[in-house]
Write a protein that binds this ligand. Structure first.
Ligand code: SF4
Ligand code: SF4
Length: 330
């Protein structure tokens, strides 16, 4: 079964909207403060859990005209203080540096979701310096401090190259006290389990990475694997999909709902379409309402009072301590 028909099957069985209703919860937006920009599906890796189904052979990429429109909309959106750039490997998009420098000129905080190994790719020799010069906050996946677990999830040799990437960033000041250069690491479970407590795992990561490789970083974000795309297909093949969905539903935590990231974030895809988050983007669940693209609105504020499109995958954000692009919620 392919990813899209699989996602439809899950949607029919587990109903997040009904669950919220039963709990008496209404999902309403707060002021929109973050614009997440997905530059496309091209990546130098092809990780098992990837919710984007990204990889080296994917060709979908945001073009220059669309990148320029993103900046025009950002200019008209004063509440949006943060742009969060993701992909694929966003740095492979020829418009990546344009978006960063333009957003910085507009005095916005810029985050780059970086897979670390991209820093070692041919043609990316100036990337680390560019990120440091522009004080870009880096959010980097490292699902374990052991090479076996990282390579099992992200591909052979990824751990060693990720460590080299982290060491290069540390040399430039990333993760060092008072440098102002922030690097956060992201942990996600290898299989169909919820992440362990974020604070204790962060301490363990810091101790291990410092002792073994001299690496320093700012924060660890623990993220729940979303039951969509490549990860859902993998669970389905192993006959574990229902178990995982039941785990998420049973662990539903109402106190996470107030901070679900879709309440303060809007996501734009490589073609210029708006979504309530990057996960909805991968499911092609567009924002509710008539205006759906960069060319049909003048400002992000347009979405302030919009409803939010939700589905069964949303249990992944609201299970246990909650999950978002910035780690746990409660
Ligand atoms: S998880 Fe990240 S690094 Fe891995 S294939 Fe997907 S986009 Fe690339
Ligand atoms: S997956 Fe659902 S709950 Fe999570 S951010 Fe997206 S819309 Fe919100």
């Amino acid at each position: 079964m392919d990813s899209s028909s699989l996602n439809l099957e899950i949607l029919k069985k587990y109903n997040f909207a009904n669950h919220l209703r039963r709990e008496g919860i209404t999902l309403k937006r707060k002021p929109l403060t973050t614009l997440q920009i997905n530059l496309g599906k091209k990546c130098n890796q092809a990780c098992h859990h990837c919710h984007v189904d990204a990889g080296p052979k994917r060709t979908e990429q945001m073009d220059q005209k669309t990148a320029e429109r993103v900046i025009a909309i950002l200019k008209n959106s004063p509440s949006v203080g943060v742009i969060d750039i993701t992909g694929g490997a966003p740095e492979l998009n020829p418009n990546f540096q344009f978006l960063v420098t333009e957003a910085k000129m507009l005095e916005r905080h810029v985050m780059d979701r970086c897979n670390l190994t991209i820093l070692l790719e041919k043609g990316q020799e100036n990337l680390a310096e560019f990120l440091a010069e522009n004080e870009v906050e880096i959010v980097a996946s490292l699902p374990c401090y052991s090479s076996e677990n990282v390579d099992a999830q992200r591909g052979r040799g990824v751990f060693e190259r990720s460590i080299k990437g982290l060491q290069e960033l540390n040399q430039l000041g990333y993760g060092k006290p008072e440098s102002g250069l922030v690097i956060n690491l992201v942990y996600n479970p290898i299989g169909g389990t919820l992440p362990p407590p974020q604070a204790s795992l962060e301490t363990e990561y810091k101790n291990r990475l410092k002792a073994q490789f001299g690496i320093e970083f700012n924060n660890l974000f623990t993220i729940t694997n979303m039951p969509i795309s490549r990860f859902a297909s993998q669970l389905y093949r192993n006959d574990q999909l229902d178990n995982y969905m039941n785990l998420l539903v049973d662990a539903f935590n109402p106190s996470t709902v107030d901070d679900l990231m879709c309440r303060s974030l809007i996501s734009v895809g490589w073609q210029g379409n708006f979504y309530d988050c990057d996960f909805n983007q991968m499911l092609e669940m567009e924002v509710p309402g008539m205006q759906k693209t960069l060319w049909s609105v003048n400002s992000i504020q347009h979405f302030q009072d919009n409803a939010i499109a939700i589905g069964s995958h949303c249990f992944g954000c609201a299970a246990g301590s909650g999950s978002s692009c910035g780690g746990t919620l409660s």
